[in-house]
Structures are given as C-alpha cells and as structure tokens.
Design a protein around this ligand. Sequence first.
Ligand code: LMR
Length: 328
Amino acid sequence: KSCIAAAMSALVLLSTPTQAAEGDPIVIKFAHVVADDTPKGKGALLFKKLVEERLAGKVKVEVYPNSSLVGDADELQALLDNEVQLLAPSLSKFDKYTKKLQVFDLPFLFDDAEAVKRFQNRDMSRELLRSMADHGIYGLAYWSNGLKQLSATRALQKPEDAAGLSFRIQASTVLDAQFKAVNATPVRLPFAEAYKALQSGMVQGTENPWSNIVSQNMHTVQPFITESNHGVLNYMLITNSRFWISIPFAVRSQLEGIIDEVTQAVNKEAEALNQRDRERIIAAGTSKLIALTPEERQAWRDRMMPVWKSFEGEIGADVIRAAQTVNR
Ligand code: LMR
C-alpha cells in the first residue's frame, strides 16, 4: 500500500465510524429515557417502523427505551462516542453544550403548547438546531411532549407552599434557579431515579408533563398535582454530525424525510396523549388536582419571572424576544 492509500483509508475509517463491511446495514441505536407509551417513546417506534418499511436491508434501527442502554447522565457522551446514534433529550439537558437552549426552560415564557410549537417552527429555532455543531451534535428536529405540572406531597396553591420542600429537577441551571425562587431545594437527578426519590421521600415534589407522571407512576406517590402549566418539556432529536454525514446521501435524504413525517406525527399527538394521561390520573384517584385562579397563577409567575433576567446574558436577549413573539 502506498502512503497515500494508507492515509486515505485512515481518513475513511475516521469519517465512517459505524459502517462495517460494505453491504451491511447501517445500524442506528436510538436510546431514550421514557416509556414506550409516551410522545417520545411512540415517535422512536414509529421511526423504526417506517425505516423498516422503506429502508429494509440498508438501515436497521434499534430502540432502547427507559434508560435501558444509557441514561440521561451519560447519553450525550455516548452519542459523541458513537455508541448510540439518535437521542431525543429534553431541551433542558443541553446546558453543557449550549446556553441558548435554556430559553425553553424559562418559567411562564410560553402561553400554551401551541405557542411552543409555533416557536419551534420559527427561524430562531431552526438556527438553534445548529447551536451545538461545534461539539459535533447535529439537531434534526423538535419533538413535543407538553407543559409541566408541579406535584408534591403537599398542596401547592401559592408559591409559599413550596418553601422548604425538595424537588427533583432535570440537570438544568434555569430549573435550579426556578425552584430556588420559591425557596424550595432543587435536587438534580436522572429521570430513571425520579420515581424512587419521590417514593422514598428523598424529595417531596417534582415537575413533569402528564405523560411522564403516569408512565413513571409518579402520581401514586404524589398526592397533589397543581395544574400550573408553568414551563415546557420538549425534545431535540439529535445525532452525531460525523455519523450523519457518513451515511450515503440518498439514504440520508430518505431518513430525513422519515424524520419529518415522524416529527409531524409526534407533534400532532403529544397534546392528546398528555390529556389522556391527565384523565388516567383522575381515574386512578391517587392525586388531587389543584387548579389555579388567574391571580394565583400570577403569584407563581411573579416569583419565578426574575429568573429570566438572570439568564438573559447567557441565553441572549434576541433569543428570548423571538420566543416571546409566539404568544398571542
Ligand atoms: C426528565 O428528566 O424529567 C425528562 O427529561 C424525561 C424525558 O425525557 O421526558
């Protein structure tokens, strides 16, 4: 082998991380932390089904739900190491790679789930899909879950009711500040540990969309759920840039077409799934649902809003402004 040929094959090896022998299907491991019967879980399975139908023999998808392959503490590193090829972490989990996505965590920023969807379709959000390019993370799409509700062992009607309680949060500095703003203690824990922490009393409360509460049985250990809709928990479907560009163009285009289709299905169904799960909680009778009057909601808002100012520098005032324009 000449020097040039050796160098070329080294380059090819570097840029095609997972392709084994020619003719073998490309394997896409899609790992996530939630159950199958959730917006993200269903999206992952639909992606697998459509790829099996349309790219049989060329691409093989393996879905690993419930943190069964990697959990949220190490999934991004696993993606960068090309141990998994697709993830859809919550937008709260990218702190280490970009500060801009923290905009999605700002409390009371979006009026409702439709407003978030509008923002996800705006130019600013399309740009944010590229905000982690320097780290080799390539954003493919936004997937919806839903608005978060506060839950606890105590009725949370006023912000003062949260004082002194510990809340499980995702690893996000904005969410940390949000709970500190109501004199509560935020505790960062991987999703896989949330139920146990609530059940054992290590923490007394948390925040989740209805689908995550039900699929983790959290309602069985949270006697009170406040319908606060105070923030959003949506996802970014991401891949490893080097892996993605190593896929032959024609196959990659087909995969991107499938992703568009799945994204539309997920985003169309997420709200209905969350409403179904809200009904399931009511039917289970384990938790009292607490409605907030407009004045009570305003009181939570007033307490949590200062968080916006403290993160404006990191996120960018332009990003926050762009997000605000989607409210009607
Ligand atoms: C959480 O950790 O609460 C969520 O990010 C889990 C998820 O993926 O919905």
